[in-house]
Write a protein that binds this ligand. Structure first.
Ligand code: GLY
Length: 339
């Protein structure tokens, strides 16, 4: 089967069967050490068994600097040197920790990823952000460094629980709203069951989301401008994740997308029909669109959070499916938009 390949800065993003893709991109001259988690080892032993393996914990709480340090210690114990290649195999938590550790171990060794979750394939693994959480604040420590490659094999997502799979669809829809109306329409036309069961359709969705992300990252790798668009719905989603354990990242992003769409209508940027369309597609995929805590509580969290960053935020607002704009505003202005 052919691989779809997209450049992303210095990185190659390959969508297609993992084994064939790895044979093409894994450097034969290097010793490979895999960073992964126990769930991935159980679900996809063919990807991890051939290599020395370092395990990290599962769940957002494990994405810490301590985990990065542990991986570095284990690399040292495994005699990894500057010619070692670190291969992160797993979801966003694994790839963030693996990318961070590989970027600092011996001042940086070569690394790449096999992304095994839909959320990782359409967003987290692609684009060179490697971050960990500090005191519950997401991705406070980290660095931009591009993996040499990211292999996105949509068939690997077949072992994911529904909630995790659906979380990836929220990020794929976000990519559609940000920059690819045809991707959005493809998801809109499909049922949840078809997206889960039709490998060809899912590949097209992953390819579309990868295309949006790569073209934005190529233009603005370090998020000084246009890359901010990829944060559509995320300011409120992060506040939801901070205030409540009830929603995973993708579920919180779905609520954030609906809230920013409504705010865009209030500002006269988005027409009512297009906003209803976004809400309809999100609901059709099974997302709840009401925040799990009152919006006022979320806004208090945003204000508190953004004060740490100098009080200015870049609100990302949809203008239509396939196009959005970034508006710098004070946290007070942002809060007023949603109050
Ligand atoms: N997840 C947003 C970005 O990579 O910029």
């Amino acid at each position: 089967m052919e691989h779809f390949e997209h450049p992303c800065g210095r990185s190659r993003i390959l969508v297609g069967p993992a084994a064939g893709a790895l044979a093409r991109v894994l450097p034969a001259e290097c010793r490979t050490v895999v960073v992964t988690d126990a769930g991935v080892v159980r679900a996809h032993p063919e990807l991890t068994a051939p290599y020395a393996t370092i395990l990290v914990g599962r769940g957002e709480r494990c994405k810490t600097f301590a985990a990065v340090e542990r991986v570095c210690r284990e690399l040292l114990a495994a005699d990894a040197d500057r010619a070692t290649f670190v291969l992160g195999v797993g979801g966003g938590i694994v790839t963030d920790i693996a990318g961070f550790a590989a970027s600092v171990y011996m001042r940086g060794v070569r690394f790449g990823f096999v992304s095994t979750t839909l959320l990782g394939q359409v967003d987290a693994a692609v684009g060179g952000k490697n971050g960990v959480n500090v005191d519950g604040y997401k991705n406070i420590m980290g660095l931009f460094r591009q993996p040499e490659f990211v292999v996105c094999d949509p068939t690997l997502t077949g072992t994911l629980p529904d909630r995790e799979f659906r979380a990836g669809l929220a990020e794929a829809l976000k990519a559609g709203i940000v920059g690819d109306a045809a991707l959005f329409a493809r998801i809109e036309r499909a049922s949840y069951g078809a997206l889960r069961g039709d490998a060809e359709l899912l590949s097209r969705v992953v390819e579309g989301a990868v295309g949006v992300k790569c073209s934005i990252v190529e233009a603005d790798e370090c998020e000084a401008g246009v890359r901010r668009k990829l944060n559509l719905g995320h300011t409120l989603a992060h506040a939801i994740e901070k205030c409540s354990d009830r929603m995973n990242h993708g579920e919180a992003v779905a609520v954030g997308l609906a809230l920013v769409a409504r705010a865009s209508v209030r500002l006269g940027l988005l027409c009512e029909a297009e906003c209803r369309r976004i809400e309809r597609v999100l609901r059709g995929l099974g997302f709840e669109l009401d925040p799990p805590v009152p919006v006022e509580r979320l806004l208090r969290e945003v204000v508190h959070d953004k004060k740490r960053e100098g009080g200015v935020l870049h609100a990302v607002l949809p203008e239509a499916v396939g196009s959005c704009t970034v508006r710098p505003m004070s946290v007070a202005e942002f809060a007023a938009l949603f109050a």
